[in-house]
Design a protein. Structure first.
Length: 331
């Protein structure tokens, strides 16, 4: 029985590592993953990352045969990561308990401060200086409130730190990933496709003014670095428009070039002082829409600054402004 189990585990591990090709198409609001995996003795296995949308998964046989069964299970996290997540969750609960206790203390000392300040001073033998007594009581209540506010700030900062660590750990350990087990008839491969949420590419533009009425525009692609051996394509469209023939290109690596073109500048105001801004307008002479992104502007090779570029349809006119340092005025 142990030998049989070892053989099955070996076959499973072999199948899991038998991916033939893997490619990612980054869109403006998501990504699509396509891969082919060899079916070893009628069995193949793929891993869906935590960011994958399970309902988008599609699997088909390649090279004959048919799919007999598909089983999707949650992957077990690393015990070390699980233990740290449990410790962080317990620490967060303690901080939440601390905040609730501080809320109660705040109500108590707020009421005490109001009570002290609203008292009518009455001089007695036991209290010859009522104003001083009231003042001391009020100061004590206010001091306690300051301690409460300080403790609350520390607890809230602690919760933010814990949440940041939990988020980082989940990404690091890919918590939430799933194992897809596939049984097929005959030999061959299986092709799988699925969408990734919160994974997209962002355009980054260089606008280089030559001072002679033209601007050279370079669009680059910013996207997460994929696994080694994965081919990457970027599409200048949302996922919902994936089949409309939108512009696509393989940039090669993050910050790779997507396109380059030159347009005439229709208007330009070049600031001569560091406190003055540079403004220029141009019409999109590229054959495709320019999606929004970050723009870096140069003039005669000099860096002038960055600006947000809202995007531009072919033939339409847009304007970009950079610079304009602001100084506080003195009365």
């Amino acid at each position: 029985m142990r030998v049989l189990l070892a053989v099955l585990l070996l076959l499973s591990a072999t199948a899991a590592q038998a991916a033939v090709t893997r490619s990612i198409t980054y869109y403006l609001d998501g990504a699509r993953v396509d891969e082919e995996t060899v079916a070893v003795r009628g069995y193949a296995e793929i891993v869906l990352p935590a960011a994958a949308l399970p309902e988008s998964l599609r699997i088909r046989p390649v090279g004959g045969g048919s799919i007999l069964r598909v089983d999707i299970q949650d992957a077990r996290a690393n015990p070390k990561h699980e233990k740290e997540l449990q410790t962080l969750a317990e620490h967060r609960r303690r901080l939440e308990d601390r905040l609730r206790a501080l809320d109660t203390r705040e109500k108590i000392f707020t009421a005490a401060a109001k009570s002290q300040s609203s008292k009518t001073p009455r001089k007695t033998k036991a209290n010859p200086e009522p104003m001083a007594t009231i003042r001391k009581g009020t100061e004590f209540a206010v001091a306690q409130l300051e301690d409460v506010y300080r403790a609350r700030r520390i607890a809230e900062d602690g919760i933010r730190d814990v949440d940041a660590r939990i988020s980082s750990l989940k990404k690091e350990a890919d918590i939430g990933r799933r194992i897809v087990r596939i049984w097929v008839s005959g030999k061959g491969r299986v092709a799988s496709s699925y969408l990734l949420a919160d994974t997209a590419w962002t355009p980054a533009y260089d606008f280089r003014l030559d001072g002679k009425g033209s601007v050279d525009v370079t669009m680059r692609a910013l996207f997460p670095r994929p696994e080694k051996g994965t081919s990457v394509t970027v599409a200048a469209a949302p996922v919902s428009a994936a089949g409309d023939g939108s512009y696509r290109v393989a940039p090669g690596a993050p910050f790779g070039e997507v396109m380059r073109f030159r347009c005439p500048v229709e208007g330009e105001e070049a600031g001569s002082l560091l406190s003055e801004r540079t403004v220029f307008s141009f019409a999109n002479c590229a054959p495709v829409p320019l999606p929004g992104g970050e723009a870096t502007v140069y003039r005669l090779g000099e860096y002038l600054g960055k600006a947000s570029f809202a995007g531009l349809q072919p033939g339409l006119r847009g304007e970009i402004a950079v610079g304009a340092a602001k100084f506080a005025t003195r009365d």
